[in-house]
Design a protein around this ligand. Structure first.
Ligand code: GTP
Ligand code: MG
Length: 237
């Protein structure tokens, strides 16, 4: 990171500021407040999206035989990861830069049992008239070369605060239980840097094969459900 990129003291995330300027405690407090306030807004956006998903799931549970959503997880990106990503992308290090350049400070992960539920949930969320769809990456139709599958959306959701309404970005990842199991394992292995190359290649090939098996199993499970006809709109009386 070049120091020239730092615009002003109170725009620097607190963690960074503490490292850079431990001798200016008052400035640290100002920066901390601003950063904390920004994080509160992202946390609020997570709450909005989670609530929308929970409401959809409750309604679909009543109108169908089963819940399309198995679980919902969310996380706020850690200050160190925010800082690291800004540096990696060559962005300025300040609060506005976080809002402009990072789409994944607020992250929500939705786990579904069946692949078709992923598309159903995504569609129902996006068609709500206060949601703006910024970007879609369909890694289910177009898996990554390593085998990663998941449906990603960047959404903007308005959040009402005391004096204003603000659109805030949230990254939503929707995947099946099986895809989630694979992604968690692959994520753990990715950080094992001390493997010899031949071993890393062997594991990558094995993971890719597992991802393809999982995708095939997801398809077969969906086909079984369709054969059984155990899901679908309940007949309206
Ligand atoms: P990032 O800079 O990593 O956020 O990538 P991006 O901005 O190009 O977005 P992308 O939609 O490709 O990935 C966003 C997030 O999806 C990542 O932060 C991970 O949580 C997840 N993800 C993407 N690719 C992989 C992968 O190959 N393996 C695993 N385990 N997770 C992945
Ligand atoms: Mg990310």
């Amino acid at each position: 990171m070049s120091e020239a990129k730092i615009a002003s003291v109170n725009e620097i995330p607190s963690d960074l500021l503490k490292q850079l300027m431990p001798s200016h405690p008052e400035d640290v407090l100002i920066a901390f407040d601003d950063f904390e306030y920004l994080m509160m807004r992202y946390e609020s956006a997570i709450l909005e999206v989670r609530t929308k998903l929970e409401i959809l799931n409750s309604e679909l549970t009543l109108t169908q035989d089963d819940s399309p959503i198995s679980s919902i997880h969310s996380r706020l990106k850690k200050p160190a990861s925010i800082y690291e990503k800004l540096v990696r992308q060559g962005n300025d290090i300040n609060l506005r830069s976080i809002e402009e350049n990072l789409n994944d400070v607020a992250g929500v992960r939705v786990i579904c049992a069946f692949v078709d539920d992923i598309y159903k949930v995504a569609k129902m969320l996006v068609q709500q008239d206060d949601i703006t769809l910024i970007e879609v990456k369909d890694y289910i139709k177009n898996p990554k070369p390593n085998g990663y599958r998941s449906y990603h959306m960047i959404l903007e959701v308005p959040v009402f605060f005391t004096h204003e309404k603000q659109p805030i970005r949230v990254e939503v990842q929707i995947r099946t239980v099986a895809m989630d199991f694979w992604a968690s394992l692959e994520h753990q292995i990715r950080y094992k840097k001390d493997l010899p190359q031949y071993k890393a290649d062997e594991i990558a090939a094995e993971l890719k094969a597992c991802a393809d098996t999982i995708a095939d199993t997801d398809r077969r499970m969906l086909a079984i459900r369709e054969k059984l006809g155990t899901r679908g709109d309940k007949e309206k009386k």
